[in-house]
Ligand binder design. Structure first.
Ligand SMILES: Cc1ncc(COP(=O)(O)O)c(C=O)c1O
Length: 288
């Protein structure tokens, strides 16, 4: 089971497996404006059947910044005997979390995102009793079958990437995860304000939910119809490059370094509007 909101490469992997093994992927849709975390959990609950073998859940959806109630989803899945893979690419080193608290079976994260390690560094955490039955694509027979290192045969490996992880961790700890998260949450009101100013425009369709306090990701993306993409990337106001999504969606993420100039951001988004040629948009003549 996967969600349409999961990361494209993750979904591709499930599609690949379904083509190869005739597995059926059940695809749920995470609600954009849930009234509560339970509403999200219920989406997964309704889709689980006795035939469900594996559940993938994004800890933080990359397009909307929505932090999902992973612990509750894991508890639900386990009650049905279903193991859970958590995609923590964005949550790791952004949220103050402890992986064992999530009670998941597998947790994967990129270390080059919020930890700031070099590209190519990642993390895989597998529950101890899940290691032995796992067959890696590239195995390492030099360690016991239930040793996590058997999953990490990488061939000739760039040592500089690994060495730099230690510096990244040190820097991350110097800032402190609580301060990092607090800074990113501090940016949220700004995010809300600038999107409030633009919500309702017919050419901009905002996807970030604001309803569940605390569960919208601290640095989270504000995503909207495609025309914001170039606007935001050239504005480089909000830090972290905007992401382009196949569904003609652009995302804006907060970052810990820069401040948010929302007036300029609003102007640039509106300037890209397909319905109003640059210079003629009514919003641009007044204050935004
Ligand atoms: C939710 C999510 N999962 C997985 C990935 C892939 O991570 P990587 O860039 O380390 O391949 C990303 C990258 O943006 C992501 O946002």
């Amino acid at each position: 089971m996967v969600a349409v909101d999961d990361y494209g490469a993750m979904l591709d992997q499930f599609t690949l497996m379904s083509r190869r093994w005739a597995i059926k992927n059940v695809v749920v849709t995470v609600p954009l404006d849930p009234k509560s975390d339970d509403e999200v959990v219920q989406v997964y609950a309704r889709a689980i059947t006795p035939r469900t073998k594996l559940l993938l859940v994004s800890h933080q959806i990359n397009i909307t910044g929505h932090v999902l109630p992973v612990r509750q989803i894991c508890d639900l899945a386990h009650a049905h005997g279903v193991p859970v893979v958590v995609d923590g690419a964005h949550a790791f080193a952004q949220l103050d979390l402890r992986i064992p608290d999530l009670s998941c079976d597998y947790y994967g994260a990129s270390l080059h995102k919020w930890l700031g390690a070099p590209l190519g560094a990642g993390l895989l955490c597998v529950r101890k009793d899940r290691i032995a039955p796992l067959w890696p694509l590239f195995g390492d027979l030099g360690v016991p079958n239930d040793d996590i290192r058997k999953l990490n045969h990488t061939g000739t490996h760039p040592a500089h990437t690994d060495l730099a992880i230690l510096d990244a961790i040190e820097f991350h700890e110097q800032i402190g995860i609580q301060r990092k998260e607090a800074r990113l949450r501090w940016l949220q009101p700004y995010r809300t304000t600038w999107t409030t100013r633009l919500r309702g425009r017919r050419n901009l369709d905002f996807h970030t939910h604001l309803a569940v306090p605390g569960s919208s990701g601290p640095a989270s993306a504000d995503s909207f119809g495609a025309n914001g993409w170039a606007a935001v990337s050239s504005a480089s106001l909000v830090e972290v490059p905007a992401v382009e999504h196949p569904g003609r969606t652009a995302g804006v993420r907060g970052g810990i370094w820069r401040s948010l100039n929302r007036t300029s951001l609003c102007r640039r988004v509106l300037q890209r509007s397909p319905f109003h040629p640059v210079g003629t948009h009514p919003e641009l003549s007044g204050s935004i």
